[in-house]
Write a protein that binds this ligand. Structure first.
Ligand code: N01
Length: 541
């Protein structure tokens, strides 16, 4: 076969794709990783806005598969900044010699399954290739969402998006800057911009809950402590529901007496960062429990923001705490005490258009030199939607997902043999420490490929019933929580509004991992594994 044929094609060169590449190579299979960007790192390559950093402690937001690296690598801060995370990813790629199988600047346009050969044809903007397996490591948060506002081409200033920030420094000193969006990206970038810009105007549609990062330089004593027990810590993150190195407090917020409740919240606020959400086991289960967290955070916002009207605008009231991903930032709220920062309420005065000189809301014209969209991503399915993926009978993935994204375990889709998705809809992905999820997915996929090799299977395919049951299971789990109450990017609704699918698996990593392991141990229940056909040419030669 030609050098354009591989056992495995991996699409996407972020944390998921690179680890998949490493594992596939260890299986002795031929592999190529295709990456649209001009560098590896995925979201950490593109998401280089000022203040970008992870919101899970770096000692946990990192690969666990290389224990020697755990000992050698030094994180300089509690939450690593984007440049440090990118240099870590590059270091891992070099350390394991991964780059030789990476093709940069190669955008995958289409993947088509050939039922006669059992191979995938992959069309890219740099030529075509074929493979037995396609692994889509395209990222749950990788396609920037650009607001549908008229006039963006008319703006004479600079228009930027946090998720596709320029590589070269952007000089914002003395500039009038608009930031649209107050999610994780918005809450991280606003304090950075406020420190240099002449004025920052923050356009907020929905206030979000922001918990304190308690960010700080790495304490050498803490680092020593982590390193001395790293294997145990890694085992813990693999077994907690969240993939964090702390588990949910088993107490109930509803049942706790007010003094105890307050003490737990204060302690979590002071120490836990994102883990604040683990303060009580029922926070995402009942309104009464959740309201106690909402009241506590509202109080904290009021303490930090001097102007009561601004504080009130920043206090979320439209969704329970945690049903949209909480933001983790240190100085977001206090930034509104600065003279050069203003908050605009888009609920009261929506944006009508981008103009030549700035933004026009239904109430006023605002002049800006720079507009920053911190408007997030076409989440979870966005990158897959943009590739024309055709499975059996020529059906596209978009067609298959017309009523909502169906997937078995978040890993495979019925009618799309030998196609795997990492952190796809139906996997814990964005509801967990995503690196922990990624490693679990990759290792499970590697196990599947090994099993197929050992049993002589040529193709695997999720059964439609298994897929339907998994989607129903994920949504039943979500319906038992407060998650569906929020209007969030966790939910995908079809254009008619009839079908709402809650996409990430909300049952926790531990339970998900156990189910995946059971399925593998049971001979891949819910999958059909078919033997090689006589006509199939052995791969890799
Ligand atoms: O995106 P978001 P993000 N007009 O979707 C608003 C991860 N992440 O990039 O809520 C006006 O959360 C939107 O308003 P609304 C993390 O998983 C992690 O901030 O839709 N406003 C919202 O305020 C995170 O959850 C890190 O009403 C519009 C904001 O834009 C995920 O990425 C850092 C609008 C978008 O918030 C996404 O975070 C960054 C419109 N047309 C990201 N459209 C860390 O590790 C959207 N908005 C810390």
């Amino acid at each position: 076969m030609s050098d354009q044929h591989h056992d495995v094609v991996i699409v996407g060169g972020g944390l998921a794709g690179l680890y998949m590449l490493h594992r596939v190579r260890r299986l002795g299979l031929s592999v190529v990783l295709l990456e649209a960007g001009d560098g590896i790192g995925g979201v950490w390559h593109f998401n280089r806005y000022p203040g970008a950093r992870c919101d899970v402690e770096s000692v946990d937001y990192s690969y666990s598969f290389d224990p020697e690296l755990d000992q050698e690598w030094h994180w300089t801060e509690r939450y690593a900044s984007q440049p440090e995370i990118l240099s870590y990813i590059e270091h891992v790629a070099d350390r394991h010699g991964l780059r030789e199988d990476v093709r940069l600047n190669t955008r995958v346009e289409a993947c088509t399954f050939d039922e006669d050969t059992g191979h995938w044809s992959v069309r890219t903007d740099g030529g075509d290739l074929t493979a037995r397996f396609c692994v889509m490591a395209t990222g749950a948060l990788s396609v920037p969402r650009i607001p549908d506002v008229p006039g963006t081409d008319d703006f004479r200033g600079r228009l930027l998006h946090t998720a596709s920030w320029p590589r070269e420094p952007v000089d914002l000193a003395g500039k009038r800057v608009a930031v649209v969006g107050t999610g994780s990206s918005g809450t991280q970038i606003v304090p950075e911009l406020a420190a240099v810009a002449e004025h920052v105007t923050v356009f907020q549609r929905t206030p979000n809950f922001t918990v304190p990062a308690q960010h700080r330089p790495m304490d050498p004593e803490y680092e020593r402590e982590v390193k001395s027990s790293y294997p145990d810590r890694r085992t813990l993150t693999r077994t907690t529901a969240s993939g964090l190195s702390m588990d949910t407090n088993r107490e109930s917020a509803e049942d706790a007496d007010p003094e105890r409740r307050r003490a737990v919240y204060e302690e979590q606020w002071r120490t836990a960062g994102f883990g604040f959400i683990l303060a009580f086991q029922d926070l995402l289960l009942t309104r009464a429990a959740n309201d106690t967290a909402v009241d506590f955070i509202h109080g904290k916002i009021a303490e930090q923001v001097e102007d009561p009207a601004t504080a009130a605008l920043l206090q979320p009231t439209d969704h329970p705490f945690g049903t949209k991903r909480p933001c983790v930032a240190s100085t977001f709220y206090a930034t509104f005490n600065r003279d050069n920062v203003t908050l605009e309420d888009l609920r009261r005065a929506p944006i009508e258009a981008v103009t030549e000189t700035g933004l026009r809301t239904c109430e006023a014209e605002h002049a800006f030199d720079v507009i920053v969209f911190a408007t997030g991503f076409d989440a979870i399915t966005g990158a897959l939607d943009r590739i024309e993926i055709r499975g059996r009978g020529g059906e596209t993935l978009r067609e298959h997902w017309a009523d909502g994204p169906g997937s078995y375990l978040g890993l495979a889709v019925a009618g799309f043999p030998n196609l795997l998705t990492i952190a796809g809809p139906g996997s814990p992905s964005v509801l967990s420490n995503v690196v922990v999820s990624i490693e679990q997915h990759v290792e499970w996929i590697a196990g599947l490929l090994e099993h197929m090799d050992a049993t002589g299977a040529a193709t695997f395919e999720a059964e439609q019933d298994a897929e339907d049951a998994w989607v129903a299971h994920v949504n039943a789990l979500a319906d038992a929580t407060l998650y569906p109450v929020a209007n969030s990017w966790y939910v995908r609704t079809d254009p008619t509004g009839e079908h709402r699918v809650f996409m990430p698996y909300p049952g926790g990593n531990r339970r998900y991992r156990r189910r995946c392991d059971e399925i593998a141990a049971g001979g891949y229940e819910g999958f059909v594994l078919r033997p090689a056909r006589e006509s199939l040419t052995p791969s890799g030669d």
